[in-house]
Design a protein around this ligand. Structure first.
Ligand code: AHR
Length: 504
């Protein structure tokens, strides 16, 4: 019997939910920008060339801040190329993805698109092949009102008001040997500190993210964070985490437990940041910007997709176009549960990425846009997770995995908005063979009634949505959910993700 029991008590909270937890990421990579959000010839294109069908899906997804323009791309990016009259913008080689960058979409166009979708601008500066001065120039261009060379240049380029960007990443994955301008932790920590100090001299209101590790599997993980923060602790607000998961060697059991790894990753980075805090005797707390997370079949990129050759630099090639299955969406929904469980310290996160590139939204040039399986847990979690995260007491059975040891069969988190009188519970069943019967003691949530229960599952855990069959997988009402007295009971199918919503 696969059973689990949860107790919800609004007196015990992890912390408030920062809307930035539901951020995403648009990189100049593959068809994310060109033929993704931007396709001037498309039937739904608006006057600026942005696809309105994609805009509608991004709004439905409910994404807060969107990180831009990379990723690895940013380490070769000259921001000046992307502003001014389009016909004057240079065409450049993008060394990170072995592609051609036309610069037809740049800072102004992206900011205009963000206004349409209703999301916040989050920018990364190039600390790979550029440095502090170029970061300052970009900040002057985006955030100074008027009366300086670069603020006036922005105004001349058609944007009277500053962009007012608050969230800034100090480079991207500087620990990775693949990164243009990759550095040691010592060198990066000094550069991040120096750049952060200078940026704050220009605009004290910016929130700054230092690069943490590209994954918890990096050989420098832990020591990287300690060294970088030892140099930059007083100057930054966040340390970043990046994590991608995939099913390897047909080991679905381990893959389904990926969120266990994310939990450990977050807790290790928190411990390291707090160690530096203790050593410095600081009263300031560094939080986490989990600014790249997703399921990504990265081995496919290295084996099939990778572009090479000195005469081969395509524009907007099909890169990293992973097709997500039901199992992928269950793991993905569980990663969201992990982020929420740590909402006291993970106060910003970016789903990598948004359109076509390891994305919840896919498009076909001249054709439709559709929702991948992963779209559903993100959209529903973003909509229902309001107020604060509750400290859920969970008792569940366990199973053995080859990669993560003995792990719970069921994982869950709950949220509660006292003012609105709403609550939500998000659950996964990791068992491949058995349903899970979950009982939830909701006595603390007096007088809330069960409004809805939606589950994502399928007899074929590898079923996916495609161009040919865009609505093969979706959410379905879970009719097993019921509230009797103070107890909610729900049955979770094998390999499934479920959201329960409650209201007054
Ligand atoms: O999201 C794809 C890539 O993954 C990003 O460009 C990089 O930062 C990471 O390695």
């Amino acid at each position: 019997m696969n059973t689990a029991h949860l107790t919800l008590d609004p007196h015990f909270t992890v912390g408030p939910i920062n809307r930035r937890l539901f951020g995403s990421f648009v990189e100049h990579l593959g068809r994310c920008v060109y033929d993704g959000i931007y396709e001037p010839g498309h039937a739904t294109a608006d006057s600026e060339g942005f696809r309105e069908d994609v805009i509608a899906l991004v709004q439905e997804l409910g994404v807060s801040a969107i990180r831009y323009p990379g990723g690895n791309f940013v380490s070769g990016f000259r921001w000046e190329d992307s502003v001014g009259p389009r016909e004057d913008r240079p065409v450049r080689l993008d060394l990170a993805w072995h592609s051609t960058e036309t610069n037809q979409v740049g800072l102004h166009e992206f900011s205009s698109w963000l206004e349409k979708v209703g999301s916040e601008f989050m920018l990364a500066v190039n600390l790979g092949t550029r440095g502090t001065l170029e970061a300052l120039d970009l900040l002057e261009y985006t955030n100074i009102d008027k009366g300086t060379a670069l603020a006036d240049r922005r105004m001349g380029n058609g944007k009277a008001d500053p962009f007012g960007v608050k969230m800034w990443c100090l480079g991207n994955e500087m620990d990775g040997p693949w990164q243009l301008g990759h550095r040691s932790a010592e060198d990066y920590g000094k550069l991040a500190s120096q750049t952060a100090k200078a940026m704050r001299q220009l605009d004290p209101s910016v929130e700054l993210v230092a690069c943490g590790s590209s994954s918890a599997a990096m050989p420098t993980f832990g020591e990287w964070e300690r060294t970088v923060l030892t140099h930059a602790y007083d100057d930054v607000d966040y340390i970043s985490c990046h994590a991608y998961y995939e099913e390897k060697n047909g080991d679905l059991g381990s893959f389904l437990a990926s969120a266990v790894d994310m939990d450990r990753f977050i807790e290790s980075v928190v411990a390291t940041a707090d160690h530096v805090k203790a050593v410095r005797g600081s009263t300031k707390t560094i939080n986490i910007s989990f600014d790249e997370w997703n399921v990504w079949y990265i081995e496919r990129y290295h084996g099939v997709d990778k572009i090479e050759g000195i005469d081969n630099w395509p524009v907007a090639p099909r890169l990293l176009e992973d097709r997500y299955s039901v199992a992928d969406a269950v793991v993905f929904g569980n990663l969201l549960i992990s982020l929420l469980k740590h909402a006291d310290r993970v106060t910003s996160a970016s789903l990598a990425q948004l359109v076509n590139v390891i994305a919840p939204i896919m498009t076909e040039p001249g054709g439709p846009a559709w929702r991948q399986t992963t779209f559903y847990p993100f959209a529903l979690t973003s909509r229902l997770a309001q107020g604060s995260v509750l400290e859920v007491k969970l008792n569940a059975g366990t199973y053995d995995t080859a990669v993560y040891g003995n792990v719970p069969l069921v994982d869950a988190v709950a949220t509660h908005d006292a003012d609105a009188g709403t609550a939500a519970v998000f659950l996964v069943n990791r068992s491949q063979t058995e349903e899970a019967t979950v009982t939830i003691d909701a006595a603390g949530l007096e007088s809330l009634r069960l409004v809805d229960a939606q589950t994502l599952s399928d007899d074929d855990v590898y079923a996916a949505n495609t161009l040919a069959e865009p609505e093969r997988v979706g959410l379905a009402p879970n009719s097993s959910a019921s509230l009797s007295g103070d107890t909610i009971t729900v049955t979770l199918p094998p390999v499934s993700w479920t959201a329960l919503s409650l209201a007054r």
